[in-house]
Structure formats: structure tokens, C-alpha cells
Ligand binder design. Structure first.
Ligand code: SF4
Length: 271
């Protein structure tokens, strides 16, 4: 989907600078918020740059191939086929971090955890906890809103087999760092969905100057770690591999988000 062609929530247009290399990502991520006067404007500029990035040749080829070939059940739909920016509250108390967009989920709808089975589980749990206005998240213009919560993926493009390479993870890291620089001052609790997100977040928070223990603690479900005054909680990823097998249940997700809400402090749930 070309930038500026009317996709709901698309913050880029034909003038948005495009990263073609890891050095470009570093430079454009660092400068994204430079001239912004508000947090929303800074995040909007960053999101625009993320959403047109072409720095990882393998992932660019894959996301665009999937968007052209499509899954048969979505054959009549246009696919986003671009990187997925962070989304949600611009001054969040809660951060939810996943691995990367799904080929026929976020890569199709343009919003993280939207339009796939993992998102069905996650948004239902967020809604039960009062952190999302609706129990489902199906497309970018569906009226869904997050409350006090910001959501992002450690790697912004859908990877083959849900497995970015270490080099792709590292190339994408400056986008993560730039986003955390904007939102972390307000965040009280972060949820890492799966081991990849856990390790990526610990590395990013270390780069952000938070005190991260060494050796880095191992990921586990409901494992908690206090990083200065920010609470990091591990949670099994709501992938079908975990939910079909009962490794992750609704009760387990609800317990994590109950802990999140209690630590995030009082707020008025989204209606
Ligand atoms: S994974 Fe990240 S760095 Fe690589 S092309 Fe996508 S947005 Fe750019």
C-alpha cells in the first residue's frame, strides 16, 4: 500500500524519508522527533518513518510477496504490506511488546496484533482488563482504542516463519529505541509477549539507561523484574501454538493483566 494513499491511520506520505540501510535507520530514527512540539507529533513522525522503512531486503521482499499473493480467505482485501508502527496511547502507563507482525495479520491490516488469532486472544484479555475498548481487533478503522496502553513489536516487518535474524533485529532496534525514548517516561509496567520480546526489551531498556541485571534474567510466564521503577512482566505469546495446546489459557492471560492494572495505578477503564 503506497504511503499517503488513504489507508486508515497511515501517517506517511510521499515526502516521508525512507531508510534503505541500517545507517539510514539509525539516522532517521534519531532525528524523527527533532522538530516536533508535542508527544503525539513526535510519535506521528516516527511512525511515518517506520512505516516506509526498507532497510532489511529479506523482510521487505517477504512482506510485499505476502501482500501480493495473499491468503485465499483474504483474496479480495488489500494488504498493508509495510512495517507496522507502534500504536495506542501516546503517554501510556502500560507497554505491550510482541515479536513481529503476522504475515496475514498486522501485515494485512496495518495494525499490530490486528486480524489474527493471537490478536483475538490478546485484545479479548485487554478488554476484560479495561485496557481496550473492544474485545476484538479486526481492521485498522474498526473503532478499537487502547486505554493507558501502547503496543508495539520489537521487529516491525513480518518475517518468514515468524523468525527475524539477529541482524534484522539489530537493524530495527533504533526504531524501538526511538519509540521507547518517547513513551518510557510514562510507562509503569511493560509486558513482554514471548522470549524474543523479553530479550529485545531488556536490551533496549539497557540502552535507554535503565538498570538491567547481569546476567539478564531468563524469560518465563509471569516472571517479574523491577527495572528501576518500571515493572517488566513476562507472558507467553498468545500464538496458536500456545493457546491450542493449553500452554497459555485465558485465566493465565487475565492474571497477567490483572497484575498489570494493579501496578499501573488507578485509571478510568475505556468504554
Ligand atoms: S524490520 Fe525494521 S529495520 Fe527492517 S525493514 Fe522492517 S522496519 Fe525496517
Amino acid at each position: 500500500m503506497p504511503p499517503g494513499s488513504g489507508w486508515p491511520g497511515d501517517q506517511a506520505d510521499g515526502r516521508t524519508p525512507v531508510a534503505h540501510s541500517p545507517d539510514d535507520v539509525l539516522r532517521l530514527a534519531a532525528a524523527a522527533a527533532a522538530a516536533a512540539t508535542t508527544q503525539s507529533e513526535a510519535l506521528g513522525r516516527l511512525n511515518a518513518r517506520v512505516s516506509v522503512c526498507r532497510a532489511c531486503p529479506r523482510l521487505v521482499a517477504w512482506r510485499e510477496q505476502v501482500a501480493v499473493e495473499k491468503r485465499r480467505s483474504f483474496a479480495d482485501e488489500a494488504y498493508w504490506g509495510r512495517p507496522i508502527p507502534g500504536w495506542g496511547d501516546d503517554a501510556p502507563r502500560v507497554l505491550v511488546v510482541g515479536l513481529a507482525p503476522a504475515a496475514h495479520g498486522g501485515n494485512r491490516t496495518g495494525r499490530i496484533f490486528t486480524g489474527d488469532r493471537s490478536g483475538d486472544w490478546l485484545f479479548a484479555a485487554l478488554h476484560r482488563a479495561g485496557l481496550a475498548s473492544q474485545a476484538t481487533s479486526t481492521y485498522a478503522d474498526d473503532g478499537q482504542r487502547l486505554h493507558a496502553t501502547h503496543m508495539l513489536a520489537a521487529v516491525r516487518c513480518a518475517p518468514p516463519d515468524n523468525a527475524p535474524t539477529p541482524a534484522e533485529r539489530d537493524t530495527c532496534a533504533p526504531w524501538l529505541d526511538a519509540e521507547l525514548a518517547l513513551v518510557l517516561p510514562d510507562v509503569r509496567v511493560a509486558v513482554a509477549l514471548g522470549g524474543f520480546a523479553w530479550q529485545s526489551l531488556l536490551a533496549a531498556m539497557n540502552r535507554a539507561g535503565l538498570t538491567v541485571p547481569r546476567p539478564r534474567p531468563t524469560f518465563g510466564h509471569a516472571v517479574e523484574l523491577l527495572l528501576d521503577d518500571l515493572l517488566l512482566i513476562g507472558c507467553f505469546h498468545p500464538s496458536q501454538q500456545n493457546t491450542f495446546t493449553g500452554r497459555l489459557t485465558e485465566a493465565m492471560l487475565d492474571a497477567v493483566f490483572a497484575r498489570v492494572v494493579s501496578h499501573a495505578g488507578p485509571f478510568t477503564p475505556t468504554l
